[in-house]
Design a protein around this ligand. Sequence first.
Ligand SMILES: Cc1cc2nc3c(=O)[nH]c(=O)nc-3n(C[C@H](O)[C@H](O)[C@H](O)COP(=O)(O)OP(=O)(O)OC[C@H]3O[C@@H](n4cnc5c(N)ncnc54)[C@H](O)[C@@H]3O)c2cc1C
Length: 244
Amino acid sequence: MTPAGDPNLSLRSDVTVELVKSSASDADVLFAARVSTLGEQSLEELQKDPERSKGLINYLMRDRHGSPFEHNSMTFFISAPIFVFREFMRHRVGWSYNEESGRYRELQPVFYTPDRTRKLVQQGRPGKYVFVEGTSGQHATVSRVLEESYQQAYAAYQKLLAEGVAREVARSVLPVGLFSSMYATCNARSLMHFLGLRTQHELAKVPSFPQREIEMVGERMEAEWAKLMPLTYAAFNANGRVAP
Ligand SMILES: Cc1cc2nc3c(=O)[nH]c(=O)nc-3n(C[C@H](O)[C@H](O)[C@H](O)COP(=O)(O)OP(=O)(O)OC[C@H]3O[C@@H](n4cnc5c(N)ncnc54)[C@H](O)[C@@H]3O)c2cc1C
């Protein structure tokens, strides 16, 4: 969507998650786990008995033998608002990040605005919040106020750049609704820990209450991971979505 005003400013309500590189399969888990009892094994050997493989992965997940789930890698390209990345980068263990620079390149005017599906109103007390639908009026106000604010902030950024001010200084005027992009690399164990905290799911033994926008990123990563490691994914769900 392109609002009136700066014709280059665009508003987005979605996030992008692209799996750009991976080396991740259920066989990687079996391979790592079986070294403890059987030593080195061929891939054919590992895949000979699918029921046993499924059982072993489930046992590892249930009893929280976590390290066999680390011998794999997934790299995602993610575009999301800066406030999502602020939360994302709190996940320190088993994650590597590289984010676009606001020092070396001019930041593009792409900003976040919630769509009609985004619950707007927070009720309750800290630790016990619920989010409920906003009214049409609230949605209209949010869209208008965000757009006005983004227009003003980006115009200020451009003004400072035009005055010859360095990008790293000029960016101070930009809000956390600005889109950024990054590569994030993880393994199945670190992803499961992330998903346990950043998604809400009926199978979760320990409920979490993530911000919707980081959950949207989590859901997209989860969909990619489920295709790569279906047995591990099923065991994660069957054991209450607690990272081993
Ligand atoms: C719903 C929700 C609300 C949140 N609200 C806030 C908030 O208001 N303010 C805020 O600051 N953060 C907040 N956070 C962030 C939260 O506190 C964690 O920083 C974030 O979820 C990452 O979790 P983690 O530390 O387990 O992950 P990682 O950093 O990936 O760590 C993984 C695991 O490694 C171990 N570990 C890592 N580092 C250490 C260490 N230094 N010492 C000992 N063990 C370690 C722990 O077992 C940890 O669980 C929130 C998170 C969620 C999900």
